[in-house]
Design a binder for this molecule. Sequence first.
Ligand SMILES: [Zn+2]
Length: 221
Amino acid sequence: MMSINLKLKVLDSFKQLHKARKTVFKGDSYALSEARKKINGEFKKQKHVKDVKEIEELIKYANAVETEIRTCVIQAREVEPGKYRAEITKDTLRLDNVPYKDCPKEWNGVDAKLKEIKPEVDKWICMESFGRRERTAITRLSIGHTNLTSSYLLAGRQPPRCEDCNVPVSVKHILLECPRYGHLRRRIAIPDRLNLCLGESHINLRKTLAFLGTINLLSKI
Ligand SMILES: [Zn+2]
């Protein structure tokens, strides 16, 4: 028999998830409805669970998902192949319309542009739904061979060097080291180790892709 205390905990995690859903997907009726279905469906699926330990684990999981939704879900719209605009909420990161060196024009007036975009056409980067291009990028990043860092081999050119740091451009340099992106790196909260950036965590992968998309490098991977 489930204790009242445990029942309240389950109810609370359910409520918190819906609260996060409403905040993060605000203005996007499609995403709001899909997320509601998903949350309700997941809870329904576990309704039969009677084991207290198992229920406690599920609550922990629900709370973790809630935190993830709140802090990591980034609404992104593909503006051209491989190039994304990220919609940021108060719990994730705030961009100040500061143009980064690699995408000077795109970020000007981005807030105004985002408002013009019909919510329905926006795409959400979901935990389980990396597209073909994202998967390709993840694979290339994971093995350290990207067009950006390795194409010189085929073209017979000098290895590219970072203009700011005068070191060879590498996946690691871009994701972890180059001070040019330090600001954004902290805001997106990119993990500080390469194996975490490109590991099995969908959250971290999403952050990594959002980071690369934001600095306009995803299309060059
Ligand atoms: Zn650098």
